[in-house]
Design a binder for this molecule. Structure first.
Ligand code: 2BA
Length: 108
């Protein structure tokens, strides 16, 4: 068994959750936030048999889209006052995915 951790954008989360249900993939959805943008994103936890990992990865890939976002840097002037810097464009997503081995799985 493997544990798939998939971080996706909030905008893709509902469609991905629906795909998991339609394909009989059990998942847990967590409200998370990115350390860089400090904006909300969604992390799915999926426990899945080894022979279905690729199927799960394909579902995630299909439902997760790349988007451009802007982040404003805070700059300090000589007096130490913070000023809003020029917004920087970053490409977010589609999905950041980790696949981990599961030592044991219990469902009581
Ligand atoms: P955030 O940390 O909010 O990052 C959002 C996007 O900002 C990233 O998109 C990337 O394009 C950019 N970014 C992040 N850190 C950066 C940095 N130090 N310098 C320049 N640009 C940076 P993604 O790579 O698609 O990541 C989307 C979200 O996935 C991240 O949101 C974070 O929540 C998660 N994530 C990405 N890589 C991760 C990792 N290695 N470990 C844990 N979480 C990760």
């Amino acid at each position: 068994m493997k544990l798939v951790l998939a971080i996706v954008q909030d905008k893709d989360a509902d469609a991905l959750a629906r795909e998991f249900i339609q394909n009989n993939v059990r998942a847990t959805k967590l409200a998370t936030s990115g350390g860089f943008l400090k904006a909300g994103n969604t992390t799915f936890i999926v426990g899945i048999e080894d022979d279905r990992v690729n199927e799960v990865l394909e579902i995630i890939k299909k439902s997760s889209h790349t988007r451009e976002q802007y982040v404003s840097n805070m700059n300090m002037d000589a007096a130490g006052t913070s000023m809003l810097g020029k917004p920087v464009q970053v490409t977010v997503g589609g999905a950041t995915v980790f696949v981990l081995p599961v030592e044991e799985f219990k469902h009581f």
